[in-house]
Design a protein around this ligand. Structure first.
Ligand code: DC
Length: 219
């Protein structure tokens, strides 16, 4: 099978990264988590301890160095040489990532990096605008979603596993607010590409979703 480019988009907590990692492993592909890149910019913006505005966001995004390294079965994220893998997964950074993702400057910079990462093929990239904007010629496009309740439940489990204090109603509200902002922003909003396959994973096991995607990749 020749090396394909696979684009997976969808709202927060749909399971994109979990299944993308497993599919990448099965196919021997590289997994690229574009959300981690927006999160890395957001963490650096927050860490400046200054009022957040477009000038500050552009200033940070201008020369930030983001590196995704796949080591020991996980994608490690480095910002300017410092590992930030754990620090970018807090609810505060999730919200800030959706905020900085509205910036045209940030989107342009990260889109360029993402396109470069995909040039050799054999990649599975997940995010919000991969099939619609970053890689419109991807061989396989999937729009992965699930009910808000299911997505909130999954996110809670993830956060609990990291010993973070969680309230499911709060997590559901955060997810809905973030989806709204990601779907309504002006530049490259979250939406299903016309040629993407819709996969609603509510009630599906991880294995079922992975098998479904592998089938689509083998067509
Ligand atoms: O997938 P995630 O939850 O790690 O993404 C964090 C935020 O980054 C998400 O709310 C919107 C933004 N994002 C984006 O705008 N475009 C992408 N390709 C990936 C993420």
């Amino acid at each position: 099978m020749n090396k394909k480019i696979v684009a997976i988009d969808g709202p927060a907590g749909a399971g994109k990264s979990t299944v993308s990692k497993l599919v990448a492993h099965e196919l021997g592909y590289t997994y690229i988590d574009t959300g981690a890149m927006y999160r890395a910019v957001a963490l650096k913006v927050i860490s400046q301890n200054k009022p957040v505005n477009e000038d500050l966001i552009v200033d940070v995004a201008k020369d930030i160095d983001i590196d995704l390294r796949y080591e020991d079965g996980i994608t490690k994220v480095f910002t300017d040489g410092e590992e930030v893998t754990g620090k970018i997964r807090t609810p505060e950074v999730s919200k800030a990532a959706s905020d900085v993702a509205k910036s045209g400057f940030v989107r342009q910079r990260l889109t360029e990096l993402q396109r470069k990462m995909a040039t050799r093929g054999g990649v599975i990239m997940d995010g919000r605008d991969i099939g619609t904007h970053v890689l419109p010629n991807a061989n396989v496009k999937i729009y992965l979603t699930a009910s808000v309740e299911e997505r909130a439940r999954r996110r809670c489990e993830e956060l609990k596993a990291k010993s973070l204090d969680v309230n499911i109603d709060e997590v559901a509200r955060d997810i809905q607010a973030r989806d709204k902002q990601d779907m309504e922003r002006e530049i490259a909003p979250l939406k299903q590409a016309e040629d993407a396959v819709l996969l609603d994973t509510t009630g599906m096991s991880i294995d079922e979703v992975v098998n479904e995607i592998l089938k689509l990749c083998s067509d």
